[in-house]
Write a protein that binds this ligand. Structure first.
Ligand code: ATP
Ligand code: MG
Length: 766
């Protein structure tokens, strides 16, 4: 277990201490509609990890309630992933579809209680009737159906007597609930589709919100852990279990932040698009963030587990840098992988003064790795070195072989270039060299100084292999679509050469090819005739260097001067321009705000993080707030208020997170709070570090939009001021403002001004 207890483990410990549960039971509940990705690995680590740490158990449950997208091949992939990560689900894999009869019976019970009804509005009408965040919804006329009629219709839905969309079963909760999800949520819908397990037995399928809590209950789950998008669904979860009055103990839902990684996509839907469109070679393509992809590429389960441990469990979504994952695999393999030699781009060397052959004993592990093991490397007159390890006209810092500079062959001798042989086009095709017989590694008495040692392979004994090198799947950090795919994410070298030990020793083994990186024999395509190796990861974080180099290109001095004189802005870098274009076109920001954000990496990544969160929320909550407005409002607050804070503080000293700012903006958009109150809340957040929702709650700042509350206040004010009303009616329009002002005052500024205006107009003219 990690040193610091996360908030979920704190909850679990409290629940054990208070005897709420005797046993801790969790579950990992994927929908089998795609291969699991590294985000799922996080969820697996949390659910199985908590069960393990508290002597409980964790169920592997397929959440298979959507017959059109699910398949057994995904079930197998999910099982494989859990197993590979080293977790154990006990004797059985569970399936929500196994509970269909029980779930159906619970539905009947709700109908009998008058707590559920068959609705026959169509999809569009259901959406319309739901209302908006500021307006209560209205209940369907069908909600008045008798219990008998509902029972009859439900049974006939089940039997398949109706077309898809003709009816749905809904919970009867509250069409004016502040939480939109509670406005009579759907429990069942008709689907005439073949289910991969139940076949054609069912014509109705339970919705996630109904099936999930009941499946948890049926399995005796204590802690139902899910990602943050489900926060608003928790009310339904509780409503179903409480209304059915099930015998305790019952499960409770707890949410954590989902994992996002840059330069890739992480939703099964998007991954499916890549696979189906042949943008990658199947679900286990080593470029994908799928567990199968990492496994095939050569990642170890330990490295993934370490990564999940490092990123921790939090309540705020964030984007993790992929280099952190790469660090974990490098760190793991550094200690484990034997080091051997491979030449990716061979250049022939003939050592003219060497005759015969010999075998050089060489350790697989350098001095600082406490592991034993060695192999024999064949050596003779003809060898290959890496083409880039020789330069005829080298730059100053070049430490390898040149016509003037000797170099050591790793584990072997020092050689000196004698002649460079070229073809008719001037390409170097061979180097004639000499070796120093007294310079053998470990027994060197030659006294020659060299600046580096390079890898090599014996020409006769080396084996040809195919090497697959992988780069980021996407060009940009936050890819938006297929157009962002990195066209160079895969490069194949057909004729690399390795020392023979790599071949004979290969059994699910990972190697460090010295100075190149870590490599893994491809588990699918490797054969004795055509050995194939995947590059797992390089030895250094070369990507970080590559990108910073491009960005920090200093502007020439003269230009800088010009800038000052003419007051012209420095041109945007390519990366900034891309951001700027996205902000102005796609997100519709005005160019001033877009400019501020695009130029400042700290601000833009803060903004991106908030955007990511808000779009996720929007996706999950469907239409419950206006995403475009939120994106603009977010940009404004980041470019102004957040930027102001950052003048005095470093980003890690801020008391609020991007996610909290996004939540604040969402509250404004949903008209939970007014714009004016939002400013007050922001100031409070910046000072106290309290969450916006909590500040609003604690201080009772929630905007009042409910006409049922506002109307009586208006009526009272009008009743108290009959003469003012008369004057208004007599033509003094200015007095309208008096009434609005009084209402706002009476509600301490919390009444929704739009609603107040409407209602005052109505009441004064009635
Ligand atoms: P996707 O959007 O990739 O399809 P999902 O949430 O729909 O993901 P499920 O199969 O329903 O996928 O998820 C199974 C479990 O894994 C859920 O509990 C879910 O919350 C969790 N999970 C999915 N994605 C992530 C992620 N990126 N980080 C952490 N947990 C995740
Ligand atoms: Mg899903």
């Amino acid at each position: 277990m990690s040193e610091h207890k996360d908030f979920l483990r704190t909850i679990v410990e409290e629940d054990l201490k208070s005897n709420k549960y005797k046993k801790i039971i969790t579950r990992f509940p994927p929908e089998p509609n795609g291969f699991p990705h590294i985000g799922h690995a996080k969820s697996i680590c949390i659910n199985f990890g908590i069960a393990r740490d508290y002597n409980g158990y964790c169920n592997l449950r397929m959440d298979d309630t959507n017959p059109t997208t699910e398949d057994t091949k995904y079930v197998e992939a999910l099982k494989d992933a859990v197993q590979w990560l080293g977790f154990n689900w006990g004797d059985n894999v569970y399936f929500t579809s196994d509970y269909f009869p029980k779930i159906y019976n619970y539905a009947i019970e709700l109908v009998k209680m008058g707590k559920a009804y068959v609705d026959s509005l169509n999809e569009e009408e259901i959406r319309e009737y739901r209302g908006t965040v500021t307006e209560a919804g209205k209940r369907s006329v069908y909600a008045q159906r008798s219990i008998e009629e509902n029972l009859d219709l439900l049974e006939r839905m089940k039997k398949g007597e109706f077309k898809e969309g003709e009816h749905v079963l809904r919970a009867k909760i509250d069409m004016s609930a502040a939480n939109m999800k509670m406005r009579d949520p759907l429990l069942y819908r008709i689907r005439h589709a073949h289910h991969f397990r139940t076949g054609d037995e069912w014509c109705i399928y339970p919705m996630y919100d109904f099936a999930h809590c009941l499946s948890d209950y049926i399995e005796g789950v204590s802690h139902s852990i899910c990602t943050l998008e489900f926060e608003n669904n928790r009310d339904i979860y509780d409503w179903v279990l409480d209304t059915l009055n099930l015998t305790p103990p019952r499960p409770y839902q707890h949410e954590f932040a989902r994992l996002g990684i840059n330069y890739t996509v992480m939703s099964k839907r998007k991954l499916l698009e890549l696979v189906n469109g042949n943008y990658v070679n199947g679900w286990d393509d080593p470029r994908l963030p799928t567990i199968a992809g990492y496994k095939r590429r050569g990642y170890t389960p330990e490295s993934i587990l370490n990564f999940c441990d490092q990123i921790g469990i939090a309540k705020a979504n964030s984007m993790v840098d992929v280099s952190q994952l790469e660090f974990c695999i490098r760190d793991d393999l550094n200690k484990k992988a034997p080091r051997v030699m491979c030449v990716l781009d061979p250049l022939k060397i003939t050592i003219e003064n060497y005759e015969g052959t010999e075998e050089i004993e060489a350790s697989y592990y350098p001095h600082d790795v406490p592991k034993e093991g060695s192999r024999k490397i064949p050596f003779s007159k003809k060898i290959y070195i890496e083409r880039e390890d020789f330069m005829e006209n080298p730059p100053k810092e070049y430490n390898r072989l040149t016509p003037e500079q000797s170099v050591r062959l790793r584990h072997a001798y020092i050689i000196t270039c004698k002649e460079v042989i070229k073809d008719t086009n001037g390409n170097i095709i061979e180097i004639k060299a000499e070796y120093n017989p007294n310079s053998k590694s470990g027994q060197d008495t030659s006294g020659i100084k060299v600046k580096s040692a390079i890898q090599w392979v014996d020409a006769k004994e080396a084996k040809q292999i195919e090497v697959r090198l992988y780069d980021r799947l996407y060009k940009n950090e936050a890819p938006e679509g297929l157009e962002d795919l990195n066209p160079n994410s895969l490069s194949i070298i057909k004729d690399a050469l390795v020392e023979p030990a790599v071949i004979t020793d290969k059994v699910d083994e990972r190697f460090q090819f010295e100075r190149q990186g870590y490599f893994y024999a491809d588990p699918i395509d490797y054969s004795d005739e055509k050995p194939v190796f995947n590059k797992i990861v390089g030895l250094k974080d070369s990507w970080a260097k590559k990108t910073t180099k491009v960005e920090t290109k200093p502007a020439p001095k003269a230009e800088l001067k010009k800038e000052v004189i003419h007051g012209e802005a420095e041109p945007l870098t390519t990366k900034q321009q891309v951001l700027f274009d996205k902000y102005t076109t796609k997100l519709k920001l005005n160019s001033e705000v877009a400019n501020i954000l695009a130029r400042d990496e700290v601000l833009s990544s803060f903004y991106e993080e908030a955007l990511d969160y808000i779009s996720r929320l929007h996706f999950v909550n469907q239409l419950s707030f206006n995403l475009e407005n939120c994106n603009i409002a977010l940009a404004n607050i980041v470019a102004n208020e957040v930027a102001k804070e950052l003048k005095e503080k470093k980003i890690n000293e801020l008391k609020f997170t991007a996610v909290e700012i996004a939540e604040l903006i969402k509250m404004v958009d949903e008209e939970t709070i007014s714009n004016k109150i939002a400013k007050q809340v922001f100031e409070e957040m910046a000072q106290s570090g309290e969450k916006p929702t909590k500040i609003v709650e604690d201080k009772g700042l929630i905007q009042i939009s409910d006409p049922n509350i506002i109307l009586p206040i208006i009526d009272e004010i009008i009743a108290k001021n009959p003469e003012i009303k008369e004057k208004y009616k007599g033509g003094n329009q200015k007095l309208f403002g008096f009434f609005v002002g009084q209402v706002l005052k009476a509600t301490e500024g919390k009444a929704n001004p739009k609603v107040v205006n409407e209602l005052v107009t109505k009441q004064l003219n009635s």
